[in-house]
Design a protein around this ligand. Structure first.
Ligand code: GUN
Length: 304
């Protein structure tokens, strides 16, 4: 058996088109242009690439976008002052501070300074708390787990009763992913670096979400035959060739070829979860813009 490939890029393209249509409708009906502010501190090359694609995607969907680039030497107070200005700016509906922040800056305090109603990353404790207490419909949900859930539901329909394992317990992905799966009536295991016999726990799960940031850690024999595998990892590894001795390539947290031979369906890297993260960021920005004004969130953005 060979797994179906879950085409995250195609799903994300569809979602981005729906966001664009919803934004156009908001403008016509209410004169509202949802605005996304993206803050990048420092010169981390991977973050620069991510931030550029977020802004480009916002523009293509017809959203307002405001880019703020600050030097790595920026003081905590200065960064928090920028966040305060964005909180107060009526043209800004979503605020994303790209992580990780350079050394010396306190991530937790910066996130706490963001207005929860504009926290399109879903990282503020108010949004994490709403998600954890079962009020997903009022929370802004972190983009990567939200996108992963959309792909799962698109593939499987009702997830009720499924055994799910989330490998990784990060605030950005693992924890909110587990909460979303609980909300879908899955039985959820969160596995991490201290978990005993992680392979066996994976092998007994119908749904496997890998979000550890370790290249190809999850092997084919960890996957239950027929399981649905969502690979959140984006890891750059050396791939030297005769022409390019310093060549690299992207791999996930799952050994793709091995897992593909066992799973029922699997997301590729690249082209799986990655494109969903940006599409969900745009969707969250429109959701925030509507909620802040007491408008109904357009049905075409409803993920669940
Ligand atoms: N760095 C890597 N992924 C993300 C994300 O989803 N949001 C933010 N703010 N930073 C990130």
């Amino acid at each position: 058996m060979t797994a179906a490939i879950i085409d995250g890029k195609a799903f994300a393209d569809g979602l981005r088109a729906r966001v664009g249509a919803a934004a156009a409708e908001l403008k016509t009906a209410h004169g509202v242009v949802p605005g996304l502010a993206v803050v990048l501190v420092g010169e981390d090359p991977a973050s620069q690439v991510y931030v550029r694609s977020k802004s480009r995607a916002a523009e293509q969907a017809g959203l307002g976008h405001f880019d703020h680039r600050l030097p790595a030497t920026t003081a905590q107070a200065e960064l928090e002052a920028l966040v305060a200005r964005l909180n107060a700016d009526p043209a800004v509906d979503g605020i994303l501070v790209q992580l990780p922040l350079p050394k010396g800056l306190d991530q937790t305090r910066v996130i706490a300074a963001i207005d929860p109603a504009k926290d399109v990353d879903g990282l503020h404790v108010v949004n994490a708390g709403l998600l954890a207490s079962g009020s997903m419909d009022r929370a802004l949900v972190p983009c990567t787990p939200l996108g992963s859930l959309m792909l799962l539901k698109d593939r499987l329909g009702d997830l009720s009763g499924a055994d799910a394992v989330v490998v990784g317990r990060s605030v950005l992905v693992g924890r909110p992913m587990a909460q979303l799966l609980i909300g879908e009536n899955c039985t959820v295991t969160v596995a991490h670096s201290r978990t005993r016999d992680i392979a066996a726990r994976c092998r007994s799960s119908d749904i496997l979400v890998a979000a550890v940031g370790r290249p190809e850690m999850i092997r084919g024999d960890w996957v239950k035959p027929g399981a649905t595998v969502i690979d959140v990892g984006i890891n750059r590894v050396a791939a030297p060739t005769a022409e390019k001795p310093d060549g690299t390539r992207l791999v996930g947290d799952v050994a793709f070829e091995e897992a593909k031979a066992v799973a029922g369906a699997i997301t590729p890297v690249p082209g799986g979860v990655g494109p969903m993260t940006i599409a969900c960021l745009l969707a969250n920005t429109v959701t925030a813009a509507c909620r802040r004004r007491g408008l109904a969130v357009p049905a075409q953005l409803a993920s669940r």
